[in-house]
Write a protein that binds this ligand. Structure first.
Ligand code: PLP
Ligand code: SF4
Length: 378
């Protein structure tokens, strides 16, 4: 497996555009490094410095290589390069947009639904997304990884609650952990009899595919419990050949993959891009899971779209893609009330002139409406 990856990487390098400056070998984690790599002009660097004082910045070499420096609107650059628009905050934005704090019984653990908990194993990421919903806590000063004592407390919390069926590892990006640490986590939570599913939410297979090593995969599989990996990716170009290979290594090892995408203005808010992204996931054997409506974190209003636009895009996808390619469009309710699907809806109750129930009207994938009869008596 290793040698074929080396070959694929070499073949891919041959075809990459020549006009780019030398490829970054290490992650670019400062405005100076981004400017030096030719990704920020001197005027933009000036503004970006102010942004970087407030929010973390990092771009991995594969993502830097994907950015088209000649396109001011490049959707990859837009996701990762600091912009002065981030300094603008609006009233509906919040420092804890999805209400994690309200549901955190032990450090790093969020228990919002009866059957599952989410554990923030790391508070750092290999890239920092400019629209991150946890940007106030991720990549800031302090411990990068959840401490051993906090992890013990989280484990005790889960072990004491038989209703917990699934443990979700998130962050930050939990695949920033070493394989050794992942193994410890998997063995510990995998040993809890009532926990049946371990789910990892990550951007690593796309933004740092070299981290998906044989030892990481072995670590993920070091319990008998079902393991799922949910990949966060927002634009079809993120699914490079290396990314697809990294996902194939996970999937071939028996780890099913899901996707999650944030609907972002100027990145993926058109039918073609979203359709291409969902198809790219399915072609890579990744089942589209969620399309997230943007959470209102501080300084992200330049990415925001109305819910109507998301619904329109979902309708357009249903009109042209297979069911396998369709995610559900969800909103994390501000205040910590969890995620709910936000449409569009295809079913409408019909009533006659006096307001009595008169069956339903349902829309098909072409947008035509069909009546489907009177309601059955209950
Ligand atoms: C998003 C989230 C989950 C996972 O929700 P699913 O709908 O199962 O994907 C679980 N716990 C918390 C706290 C979450 O924010
Ligand atoms: S990878 Fe996730 S946690 Fe990290 S910056 Fe991006 S959205 Fe935030």
């Amino acid at each position: 497996m290793e040698s074929s990856n080396v070959l694929k990487t070499a073949a891919f390098a041959k075809h990459s555009p020549k006009r780019h400056p030398p490829k970054a070998r290490v992650s670019l984690t400062s405005v100076a490094a981004l400017a030096k790599a030719g990704l920020l002009s001197s005027e933009r660097a000036e503004d970006a410095r102010q942004v970087a004082e407030r929010y973390a910045v990092a771009v991995t070499p594969p993502m830097a290589a994907l950015m088209d420096r000649s396109d001011e609107k490049d959707p990859i650059a837009r996701q990762f390069l600091p912009s002065p628009a981030e300094l603008e905050t609006t009233v509906e934005e919040s420092t804890d947009p999805i209400g994690d704090d309200a549901h955190s019984p032990t450090e790093g653990l969020v228990h919002r639904y009866p059957d599952r908990v989410l554990i923030k194993l790391a508070s750092v990421c290999p890239v920092y997304c400019r629209f991150c919903f946890r940007r106030e806590t991720v990549g800031r000063k302090g411990e990068a990884l959840l401490s051993a004592s906090a992890l013990e407390a989280a484990l005790a919390y889960v072990a004491a609650r038989p209703s917990i069926f699934e443990v979700i590892f998130s962050g930050g990006d939990p695949f920033i952990l070493s394989a050794r640490r992942v193994r410890q986590v998997v063995e510990a939570f995998g040993d809890v009899p009532h926990v049946e599913v371990l789910r990892w939410h990550t951007r690593v297979p796309a933004v740092a595919p070299e981290r998906i090593t044989t030892s990481l995969i072995r670590a993920l599989k070091s319990s008998r419990k079902a393991v799922y990996v949910a990949l966060h990716a927002n634009h079809p170009r993120e699914l490079t050949q290396e990314a697809v290979s990294a996902c194939a290594r996970l999937i071939d090892a028996g780890i099913p993959m899901l996707s999650q995408t944030v609907l972002l203005k100027g990145v993926n808010d058109d039918e073609e891009t979203l359709a291409a992204l969902m198809r790219a996931f399915v072609a890579a054997r990744i089942k589209p899971y969620y399309l997230h409506h943007l959470d209102r974190a501080s300084g992200t209003s330049h990415f925001a779209l109305p819910i109507e636009r998301g619904q329109e895009l979902m309708r357009a996808l249903r009109g042209r893609l297979s069911g396998l390619c369709l995610p559900s469009y969800v909103l994390d309710i501000p205040g910590g009330h969890g995620k709910s699907p936000i449409g569009p809806t295809y079913l409408e109750r019909l009533s006659n002139k006096v307001g009595a129930e008169n069956g339903w009207a349902i829309q098909d994938f072409k947008g035509r409406t069909h009546p489907i009869g009177a309601p059955a008596r209950r």
